[in-house]
Design a protein around this ligand. Structure first.
Ligand SMILES: Cc1cc2nc3c(=O)[nH]c(=O)nc-3n(C[C@H](O)[C@H](O)[C@H](O)COP(=O)(O)OP(=O)(O)OC[C@H]3O[C@@H](n4cnc5c(N)ncnc54)[C@H](O)[C@@H]3O)c2cc1C
Length: 233
């Protein structure tokens, strides 16, 4: 491994990640990639987890400030390390970021940050994985690049005038993002029901549009909002 490569934990020399030829490459260091890494670490083979972002828990860092999970503490732990907190409580975004940052350190998983995979191709004896500055070959590759990577905005959004402020939930951080006034939330899932909740005091009325009956988990209501729309003042 190059000495200036950013890793979440030291990788002992002569073991995982030190050679360009590996047994397993995991692409993506989110929950799925880390959980797979935990099990790979129980075996003796060389592997590496390549993570595009510069910090662990990348997906969670991009979510809004007041986010509370819809899954309680008992359901949030990855293999081998319980999620901290009182049983039955619902952690916040920063709790998940802390946990997912600690997890690879705890198990000394070979996560290489700032390592976006650009291409994956089959070669004679396995797979070739190319990054901007280097390439690996491996016998097996696990793609754990996650869901929710590309925001969906319904086409009708393009037909609205400039007087309607439009915001995809990925851009929403806190009530300050939304000017005062009525808000229309499009979508009927967890994000749709949770993200604007903190905005209610600031904005006044919140209406929701969903294609189907909202499907929501546990303590809250319902999935992914496509956007938050309100008329510009
Ligand atoms: C708003 C919101 C709230 C949620 N709340 C909950 C909840 O309360 N409870 C729950 O159980 N689930 C929740 N989820 C779902 C949960 O976040 C996902 O199921 C989980 O993050 C999926 O983990 P993952 O590892 O598959 O993907 P991710 O966490 O998205 O990780 C994928 C990783 O791959 C990296 N990556 C992508 N492309 C490349 C590449 N080319 N090269 C290298 N790395 C790459 C990304 O940077 C990322 O770190 C929520 C989702 C959203 C959107």
């Amino acid at each position: 491994m190059a000495p200036d490569r950013d890793v979440t934990s030291p990788i002992s020399s002569g073991t995982r990640g030190t050679a360009d030829r590996l047994e397993v490459i995991v692409i993506g260091g989110g929950q799925a990639g880390l959980a797979i890494g935990y099990f790979l670490a129980q075996q003796s083979g060389k592997f590496v987890i390549l993570e595009a972002a510069g910090q662990p828990a990348a997906a969670w860092r991009e979510r809004w400030d007041s986010l509370k999970l819809f899954t309680s503490v008992g359901y949030n732990g990855l293999p081998g390390l319980a999620f901290p907190g009182e049983a039955g409580s619902y952690p916040g975004r920063d709790d998940v970021v802390a946990y997912l940052s600690d997890y690879p350190r705890h198990f000394e998983l070979p996560v290489e940050l700032n390592s976006r995979v650009r291409s994956l191709s089959e070669v004679d004896d396995g797979y070739r994985v190319e990054l901007d500055d280097r390439a690996y070959t491996a016998e097996q590759v696990v793609i754990a690049t996650g869901p929710f990577q590309v925001p969906f905005v319904p086409p009708i959004a393009g037909k609205l005038g400039p007087d309607v402020v439009q915001l995809h939930s990925i851009e929403y951080r806190s009530p300050e993002n939304i000017p005062a006034g009525p808000v229309l939330v499009v979508g009927g899932g967890n994000t749709a029901f949770r993200s604007p909740r903190s905005s209610r005091a600031r904005t006044g009325s919140i209406s929701r549009l969903a294609r189907a009956r909202p499907h929501c988990h546990s303590a809250s209501s319902g999935a992914i909002s496509s956007g938050i729309w309100r008329r510009r003042a």
